[in-house]
Design a binder for this molecule. Structure first.
Ligand code: BEZ
Length: 260
């Protein structure tokens, strides 16, 4: 089934609460630290953090002595970044205003919120200097399949068109590698891999943090029921023998660069 992609974090379907994000989803930046390692930022480099969220990783990059600019479409997340003293501003990844300014573009767990891959990659290409690198991780093909199955089932039960649920862009390695090359990148590494991820505050915590695209398909008065139905569907499918819940995350990680 084809789901209409609902846009990046500027999408009205997803509201970001830095407080909930920090409480329920600190694993996103914890696990993203290895993407920073792959980026290998160097002192003095100009680096763009595309979809910087609450700035946890932006700060780690800045601590290396690199000059980091973070952009995100959520004013709440940008405000949270500013409390860390980061150089950030509100901007949509589809329309980056940069011209050959960065040595590297970095992104963790953000590109799957951006629905037009060609616009985003064109924007990244324009932002990079010659020889600049693009190192990122996003949700890949099959990501959170159990959760998406639940959402589609519940929408159907309520007689709601599945296409009214804004969703995410989860490409496979072949598709994304081809896209990167079509925008002039040389792909050094690209890999799709499973990363089952323990949900520290269970399925409810995940839904409250990230479930906007699902809930916005329902009228306000039905959202509570939809949430309970989603929990009832998902929990038995992802609970381990000790009672912990593991989301079926799949990541697509890559490192690419522009020719000199
Ligand atoms: C992810 O990081 O894979 C993700 C998080 C929230 C919603 C969709 C995907």
């Amino acid at each position: 089934m084809k789901i209409v992609h609902g846009g990046c974090s500027s999408s009205p379907s997803q509201k970001w609460s830095p407080m909930l994000y920090r409480r329920n989803a600190s694993y996103v930046s914890d696990l993203g630290q290895s993407v920073v390692t792959a980026l290998a930022p160097r002192r003095g480099e100009h680096i763009l953090d595309l979809g910087c969220g609450d700035g946890a990783l932006t700060e780690i990059i800045a601590d290396t002595g690199a000059q980091v600019v973070g952009i995100d479409t959520s004013s709440e997340q940008i405000a949270a970044c500013r409390t860390r003293g980061l150089n950030v501003f509100i901007c949509d990844g589809h329309m980056l205003p940069f011209d050959s300014e960065f040595d590297a573009v970095f992104s963790n767990a953000a590109l799957h919120w951006m629905n037009n891959v060609d616009l985003v990659l064109g924007s990244v290409e324009n932002s990079l200097k010659k020889g600049g690198r693009f190192v990122a991780e996003l949700g890949g093909k099959g990501n959170i399949k159990t959760l998406i199955d639940a959402f589609l089932n519940i929408l159907e039960e309520h007689g709601v068109e599945p296409s009214s649920m804004a969703s995410w862009y989860f490409p496979d390695a072949l598709t994304y590698g081809t896209k990167l090359r079509s925008h002039g990148f040389i792909v050094d590494y690209i890999e799709l891999f499973s990363r089952p991820t323990k949900l520290p505050f269970g399925v409810g915590g995940w839904l409250d943090t990230f479930g906007g695209p699902f809930f916005q398909a329902f009228p306000q008065g039905k959202q509570h029921l939809a949430r309970a139905q989603a929990i009832a569907y998902i929990e038995p499918r992802i609970r381990d023998s000790e009672g912990f819940f593991w989301a079926d995350y799949v990541r697509l990680r890559f490192s690419a660069h522009l020719p000199k």
